[in-house]
Design a protein around this ligand. Sequence first.
Ligand code: PDD
Length: 284
Amino acid sequence: MTIAYLNGMFLPLEQARISPMDRGFLFGDGIYEVIPWYNGRPVGFQRHMQRLEQGLAAISLENPMTIEAWRTLFDELTEKNDGEYQGVYLQVTRGAAAVRNHRFPTDCEPTIFAYTFTVNAPSDGDPDHATCYQVATATDRRWKRCDIKSVALLGNVLHMMEGVDAGADEIILFNEQEELTEAAACNVFIVHNGTVVTPSLDIEKLPGITRNMLVDILRAEGWNVEERAVTRAEVMAADELWLTSSTKEIAPVIAIDGYSVNDGKPGPVWTAAQSLFARHRFSA
Ligand code: PDD
């Protein structure tokens, strides 16, 4: 049984109820986070809290809790739930107003919801135990504030289904200039001639915590990591292609639009990068 947290109470997930007037439900008016929690230890906790703060500020919603209070809540929540490898899902919406009106209401408190789910045991970089991905590609049709971790994910959901309908596990998106943005639920890296490259951050991409940790970890190890515009041609010709997210860490892509990447196997640079990530995931 999964234990959830809703507005000050721990309760079985299936008993958690919110109002249909909740603005998260009516408008997608809320912010969320997904934080990996392995054996009682979070990965990138301060970074996730900082992004939560920025996301809430971007939609003019005050953070309802201090970082210390969030930490206490998640420590308790992960203890109440089984599993060595958990993901903490947290969502803050503007709450349930009496009437539906696009304007921000003044008569409601934010809704705070969290629960945990099981994530795969993280990889140490062993290619034999890697979860590999096949991806499709499409033009990015989402809104112009993809830097906000909003719960309004319909654009991402439709892109994900476009990938699934094409027989893939994820979908890599390009803007109108044919430059790489991100995937439906991940950031993207390429490896070209031994150099690791990922698109620069702007309003077209989520500032992924895994992405940022990986860039920092690799640079601290002396790697040259480029953050710049990446063209579709570079992606299609990449020696290696990776997806990053809190639930996948660094995942090798082995096929794009039906074409093999690195002979359909995780590449040597992935092995090195994921091993370093594993070594530093609790300190970066
Ligand atoms: N997704 N880009 C998008 C659009 C995402 O939804 C995610 C994460 C990422 C990677 O961000 P991070 O490294 O901080 O997880 C990039 C989460 C896991 C989800 O929606 O379940």
